[in-house]
Design a protein around this ligand. Structure first.
Ligand code: AMP
Ligand code: MG
Length: 418
């Protein structure tokens, strides 16, 4: 009797992206310590404490126009009123004398007794200096109320908020010259691959066959800087086990994260896996996305603790996309920022995608003038032009065919890159 054929070796199923992300975020705890920085320098940093206002903004009812402050009840048809005082921004006036108006300028406090501002365009100044109001004001008109922007005691910016230029202005408006923020993540970055050459070191015409310029190093560094990281660029590590171990051991000291690209597949020239295992622990994840299947997370131990390790695929588009989908939220979480789902829009596909992958795909697309999406022609994970051309990714579910006119999920790259 013949033997039944041996079962094919079981391959671990690919990990869904959402599970990988949840696991990664759980590992990014606890968050970094905080430090105090000048409000001027805090753009892009993550607030480490709630900011509570010690005052009302504005601090007083004030005029939002150049004009005249008055009591609406003092206005009788055709009757001109005398100007009893002049109040400029930065000064404070007196109580408004009955039957008079106060000359007032934008930002100046409204005098007690006045209940409306009439803008100067709606007034005529008579020869005797009295003011004739041409249009009857409504009570409260052109008055910015005390506390209408910020109320005393209110939390104006919450812990975990990533600070934008507007946040800095708002923090300044309640008197903060310094802000408590999470310290910058310290990230060691290196690329693996004996084929890699740095631009500037070898001229294009002198490139040997098989050599390529290191492109990942440039966009990964730029993306890290945009996320507020302090980057130690450790260059290119050769495809050798001992060199990889040594580079990782050195990088672990003084860094919160070691980020590498390339060498995370399971080929003979992929040395990242055994090197991380020699120094700590590794979870090698094959994530069910395209591009970006190979992805590794681990920890590299050192005398004082450990450094997180993330290994990105070598293919530039895979590296780019996995950074945006996984490393970015990881680094935000490390700084204590609230991690939210990326912004998505349902937009019309102006293309066909008849042969979807079994994996969830992130297609490089661009919005067109008709409000639909065009697809970049070559979706290969090696074609970095697609990432430059695109202004977003279509998040396409596994096996989902797309026909022209279908609504698809669009993620703007701008929402993943700041
Ligand atoms: P690997 O993941 O090391 O097998 O690399 C996959 C592909 O990405 C290969 O074609 C590499 O040459 C390419 N690659 C790896 N690292 C880089 C890099 N830093 N810049 C550009 N291409 C790279
Ligand atoms: Mg390689």
């Amino acid at each position: 009797m013949s033997q039944p054929p041996a079962p094919a070796p079981q391959r671990a199923p690919l990990l869904p992206l959402d599970e990988a992300l949840a696991d990664l975020l759980a590992r990014a705890q606890p968050v970094l310590a905080s430090e105090s920085v000048s409000t001027f320098e805090a753009d892009g940093r993550v607030l480490a404490q709630d900011l509570r206002s010690a005052l009302d903004v504005p601090g007083h009812d004030n005029s939002s126009m150049d004009g005249y402050a008055l009591r609406v009840a003092d206005l009788q048809a055709g009757k001109a009123l005398a100007v009893s005082q002049r109040i400029a921004a930065g000064s404070s006036g007196q109580d408004l004398a009955p039957g008079t108006v106060a000359r007032i300028f934008t930002g100046a406090p409204v005098p007690a007794g006045a209940d409306a501002i009439v803008m100067q365009e709606d007034c005529a100044v008579q020869d005797d200096g009295r003011i004739q109001v041409k249009a009857m004001p409504s009570p409260g008109q052109w008055i910015r109320r005390r506390g209408e922007d910020v109320q005393r005691g209110a939390v104006v910016l919450a812990r975990g908020q990533r600070l934008s230029p507007a946040s800095l202005g708002l923090a300044a408006s309640i008197g903060f010259a310094q802000l408590p923020v999470a310290r910058r993540p310290r990230v060691a970055l290196f690329s693996t691959g004996d084929e890699l050459v740095m631009p500037g070191e070898v001229a294009p015409e002198a490139m040997k066959s098989g050599a390529i310029y290191n492109s990942n190093r440039f966009f990964l560094r730029a993306l890290l800087l945009r996320l507020g990281c302090e980057v130690s660029d450790l260059g290119i590590v050769p495809d050798r086990r001992e060199a990889t171990v040594q580079a990782l051991a050195e990088a672990a000291r003084g860094h919160d994260l070691i980020l590498t690209s390339g060498g995370v597949s399971v080929g003979e020239e992929d040395h990242i896996k055994p090197a991380v295992q020699a120094l700590g622990e590794l979870q090698l994840w094959q994530i069910a996305i395209k591009p970006g299947k190979p992805f590794a997370y681990g920890r590299v131990n050192h005398a004082q603790g450990f450094s997180h390790f993330i290994g990105l695929p070598g293919n530039p588009v895979s590296s780019f996309v996995t950074f945006l989908l996984l490393v970015r939220p990881f680094l935000l979480q490390l700084q204590g920022a609230g991690v939210t789902q990326p912004e998505r829009l349902a937009l019309r596909a102006d293309f066909d995608w008849p042969k979807p992958d079994k994996r969830r795909e992130f297609l490089r697309v661009r919005r067109n003038a008709q409000g639909g999406l065009d697809l970049f022609g070559n979706q290969s994970s090696g074609v970095l032009t697609s990432a430059q051309w695109a202004d977003g990714l279509v998040d396409n579910p596994p096996g989902q065919r797309i026909a022209r006119g279908d609504a698809v999920q669009f993620i703007p790259l701008s929402s993943l890159m700041g």
